[in-house]
Write a protein that binds this ligand. Sequence first.
Ligand code: MN
Ligand code: MN
Length: 468
Amino acid sequence: MSNEKSKGQQLREKLFYEPKHAADLISDEEITRADSFCEEYKSFLNRAKTEREAVKYIIEKAAKKGFVPFDRDKKYEAGDKVYLNNRGKAVILAVIGKNSLKQGVRLSAAHIDSPRLDLKPNPLYEDSELALFKTHYYGGIKKYQWATIPLSLHGVIVKKDGSSVEINIGEDENDPQFVITDLLPHLGNEQAKRTLGDGIRGEELNILIGSRPFKDDEASEKVKLNVLDILNRKYGVTEADFLSAELEAVPAFKATDIGFDRSLIGAYGHDDRVCAYPAAEAIFDIEDPLYTAVTVLTDKEEIGSEGNTGLNSSYLKYFISDLAWTQNINYHTVLSNTHCLSADVNAAFDPTFPDVSERKNASFVNKGVVITKYTGARGKSGTSDASAEYMGKIRKMLDENNIVWQTGELGKVDAGGGGTVAMFLAALDIDVVDLGVPVLSMHAPFEVISKLDLYMAYRAFKTFFEEK
Ligand code: MN
Ligand code: MN
């Protein structure tokens, strides 16, 4: 047997496009670097389960890395690092480049909101001596997945006097947790006839929060009263204060390694913290870039990017405009020359559910960072379809820097679909393509990603920012 490859084998290697497992393409040292990069990612996931907590974490870290609040009236020099906090729910980080802003910025955009259960404005009630919270789900969820799992409660309550209290209950091991109940199978015959999507209904997503009465023979709704008494003594809140609150119930699980080989991470909220984290780390790790580097970590993507903390608002445009102003340049000149990686996840091929994917265009766990030319649905509706030229530029950058990458489509044609923030960036006349990490069980309370893919995303953002 000769070790030499046949002519056909050689030709095949030259001519075919065949994405490979990242572990076969990178060194053992790089695999070790990837694994250690993921340790801090897991602690980020545990500490930042909501957009507000993510902003807090990122700004604390940015401050340690020399970022200061952006001041539109200041002049900035190359190498200066600034951030802008949008209402505590979105954040923009920037490192000023050596080039004039006329040449555009290198922008990465990820979102830090994830599907969850929001409390209704008037959530608290008692039924049959149990106290419960009514919820209204946020983002696309399979509702049945959210029953009988431990939940924690995060957010903010603005009280009658205007002061606010932060809430985070259920993450510390000494904290209580919460849960949505489900029927026992013995009595589930009628429920089992429902469709899967209807298995647990929106108005059945009621969170159990208490069961002991306030000791008083006269009062009614004593379990509810007891819960309010506890909340009043701990936070000084009354029932009306829920009206001016944003409280989010999220899975109380901690991020954990998955698999005997520890190659994967299971956690709540990989979509899209698995892109937000490396996009932030990449901008933290660059010094003196040629082009001004910007990372925006936005809110509201999961409900269509609406609202003033979502990317369909003008806050990013205003920031770029203010930045342009510091150099006496028209902001649209900056935007038109800007290149962007819309950093969002794609659906990883799942061998248990192969029918929704088309193998030649699906992304796979461990085959590296995934470039998604377009998302959308029904004939590419609702997407920014990246140009061949821009795809070519990004592909060349990844190849030249040995970053393992693959292409991906969001499922088979007409199997469903979805969108990202790419279209809102394209609307600003920015060149943009989606680049992110493949996810298994996307939007479930416990999603799965590969450590090597996450590390490749970090390398992709960093290389993008370091363009020469
Ligand atoms: Mn996403
Ligand atoms: Mn999503």
